[in-house]
Structures are given as structure tokens and as C-alpha cells.
Write a protein that binds this ligand. Sequence first.
Ligand code: PEP
Ligand code: MN
Length: 274
Amino acid sequence: MLPPYKLASREWQRENTVVRIGDCQVGGDAPVVIAGPCAVEDEEMLVRLACRLKAMGVHMLRGGAYKPRTSPYTFQGLGAEGLRMLHAAGRAAGLPVVTELTDVRHLAEVCRYADVIQIGSRNMQNFGLLREVGRLRVPVLLKRGFAATIEEWLLAAEYILVGGNREVILCERGIRSFEPYTRNTFDINAVAAVKHLSHLPLVADPSHGTGRRELVLPVARAALAAGADGVMLEVHPQPDKALSDGPQSLLPGDLAGFMEELRGAGRRRPRVIA
Ligand code: PEP
Ligand code: MN
């Protein structure tokens, strides 16, 4: 008997799905690192940062052009211009790019510039959006809703898979809890559970999962130890001046040491098998 999510389940497919984006494999033997600012802010800064990230061994560049902000009075992203800048920075550095799609009306322009389409936490159950990206043959990074159960998250993935798009990467980014010290509670249980329940690759986002720069790398290490196939980390050259999510953004230098560690760990990371 299959669970309610079918195509996403290990019962349906025992072997891990590997999503290929250029030279990078998500769900393969080595963990992937996706890094970049929360939001695209400035082209020159982004090109410089992207080249630095590439030199460190980062695999993909992230950056939001359409930002789903809690307040309508805060920076909402640069929109189409931001997409173009992100694409230009990715091409300049030789990195594929990940960016969020928040509205079905932006689908064509996001497809034009993105190598991976991110569906954010707030849109995890936007079923119209999920069905639209299910029709594409473009990798989708599906974040967990901050109040979604594991089963709801896998059912959201199912909406994409059943449309024929098998290139789904799950992203654990923390859930709401009673604890106010951290912005969210990174759910390490979900990392191990999802690798057990599903063949889909999973990356961890300890930036949103903690909301605090000093906690990001320890939690990233924990997620990889629990079986995550990679991490997505917010990085900004001047976090104090960032237009969004500065308090959880690493400095490029913080990331350099972590990349060294990963190179040392190589293929020895644990493989979680159902
Ligand atoms: C982001 O990645 O910048 C973002 C908005 O994430 P989330 O949807 O997880 O809040
Ligand atoms: Mn952010």
C-alpha cells in the first residue's frame, strides 16, 4: 500500500532521485552548497560575490528578485530587473541560479532566467502555482511551509510530480514553534524522516531555520549528518546593510572555512537508506 503521497514515496521508487543542474548533482554522492544573498540588491556586488563563492567551491547561486515579505512596507525585491542581474552574475561566475517564483504571472520571466525555481515556504500549498511548475521540465526547490507537516509537504511535492516534473528538490527551512529565541525551529527530525520516506533529494536551509548567523553553520553540519543532500545558506558581503535577512546572513569568509571542512569530509557523509 502506498502512502497518500505516491510518486514521492520510497515505496514507489527505492533509489534516490538525483537532480542534475549543469555539472551539479543534487542527491548524488557529494553534498551541494547553494549560497548567495537573501535578495538581489545590486549587480556589481552580486557579480563580485558570485565569483568569490565559485572560487570557494559553492555549486549554485541563490538570490530573490520577488521577495515574499511579511510587511508590505519592507523591500519587496527588484523584480524582473533582479532576475536579469542574478542571471548575469551566475553566468559571470559560472554558477547556475536559484530564485523564487511567488506568482504565476511571473512564470515566463522566471523560467527565462532561473536554472532552479524556488517555491517558498509561504507558497508551499499554493496549489495553482504547484500545478504550473509541475508542467515544466525545470528543477523545482520546494521549501517546507513553516506550519506544514511532513505529510503535507510531501503531498505538495506530489502536485509537482504528478504533473510530470520529476525534478523536485525538497528544502527544510524550519517551522514555527513556541521558541522565540530563534526565528524558526530547524526540524532535524524532518531531514532524517524525509530521507527515509522519500527518494527525493533534500537540502537544508539553516539560515531561515535559525534566523541567527552564529547558529547557521552548526545546524548546517547537523543537517548533513542527518542525511541532507546539501545546504542553502544566505551570504552577504555587508550583512548590516542587507535589505533583507541580514541577521542570519553569513559573511563570505565564514563560508570559506565551511567549504574547506566539506572538502575534508568528502564522500564520508552518512548515506541514509530506507
Ligand atoms: C528565502 O529563501 O529567502 C525565503 C523567503 O525563504 P522561505 O520561503 O523559506 O521563508
Ligand atoms: Mn531570506
